[in-house]
Design a protein around this ligand. Sequence first.
Ligand SMILES: Nc1ncnc2c1ncn2[C@@H]1O[C@H](COP(=O)(O)OP(=O)(O)OP(=O)(O)O)[C@@H](O)[C@H]1O
Ligand SMILES: CC(C)(CO)[C@@H](O)C(=O)[O-]
Ligand code: BAL
Length: 373
Amino acid sequence: MDPEGVALPPRLLSTPRSFSSSGSLYFRQKDQVIPNTSIKVFREIPSLRQWRRKQLHDYRSVGLVPTMGALHEGHLSLIRLAAEENSSVVVSIYVNPTQFGVHEDLASYPKTWAKDIEMLRDLDRELAADGGKMGKIAAVFAPTTEEMYPSGRPSQEVDGKGSFVTITPVGEVLEGASRPTFFRGVATVCMKLFNIVTPEKVYFGQKDVQQTVVIKKMVKDFCIDTQVVVGETQREFDGLAMSSRNVYLGTRRRRVATVLSKVLRVAETGYLRGYRTRDELLGPAGELAKLLLMEQHQLRPEERVKFEIDYISLADPETMQEVEEVDETKGAILSGAVKMLPVESPQPGEDLGSSGGPPVRLIDNIILKPVRL
Ligand SMILES: Nc1ncnc2c1ncn2[C@@H]1O[C@H](COP(=O)(O)OP(=O)(O)OP(=O)(O)O)[C@@H](O)[C@H]1O
Ligand SMILES: CC(C)(CO)[C@@H](O)C(=O)[O-]
Ligand code: BAL
């Protein structure tokens, strides 16, 4: 069974007969390998830990790439980066319930296990083709919720009880304000993953920039012995940040989904031209957002796309608190979130996106780099 209880296609997994060099069985029968690769699939913590001890014994460094599956090029870019810097890469695939609010899309979150496994197999071949310079994808960790939450799954409610890691105030603003249990869930599951895998390095995407700030703070404040590496945001041909949730968009909303990246680019252009104040940078960005909204409103209901800007932020790169002016020695983070509303007057045969085209929250950001020491 996969982490959320969907049966795994048997064709895509096989149970290994391998034994460690010392002769002892170092993973249980339940743990499998991806056929035609040496990538192990661990479901349980003890067998992963046993494998991890062997890596330590053999002086093999371990890099961890945490994901929720539904893999795309953004995830693969993190795995490539991890393989450049470590001997063994562990990819975790786990749709973590506690980071979803009670009314969010936990039930419909895309699950593409068979395709994920194929993508990892292809990437494994690509990495092997470099003649041994790169590390390899050594393992997939795909636990059940019982394994990850041994005392039972804690509440998804804001005031729910449970063993949680909370990182405040950085986790309370922006994404944390719109999704009040989100960073609590992310920090909690990442703490567990870091404790289970004990990786030398962990890899996160800039697409979820506030998540990277929260995780760095958690690693620092809890004295976790790992290094947080942030990989660049991978984009579609038209600038849309890749995201597993893009499959919800459908054709009509997909055409308009670049609105956020366009709005953020306007602010970035201001920064590159030498503007530094909030008004100078976010003013023109807000104007463009209004214009793009108006353009859609003028279309017929069967053509248009409605969206709401949740926030456009100019924030300090370490605290995520809003700034009035960019400190040139620190730079800043420009970020935003947009809610794409379900399409009006769907047309016969129109591709509405997966799960019937629910509201989709898109996030994106640009890092304004420091220009002075
Ligand atoms: N476009 C991207 N470029 C680089 N990294 C990415 C990109 N999209 C996701 N990641 C990173 O991959 C890791 C796993 O993310 P996740 O599995 O939630 O995928 P996602 O596409 O962000 O999904 P969602 O649509 O739920 O936000 C995170 O560190 C995330 O920042
Ligand atoms: C880091 C993460 C895998 C934790 O569930 C998730 O928040 C994500 O995919 O970005
Ligand atoms: N990549 C962030 C995971 C989430 O939105 O739940």
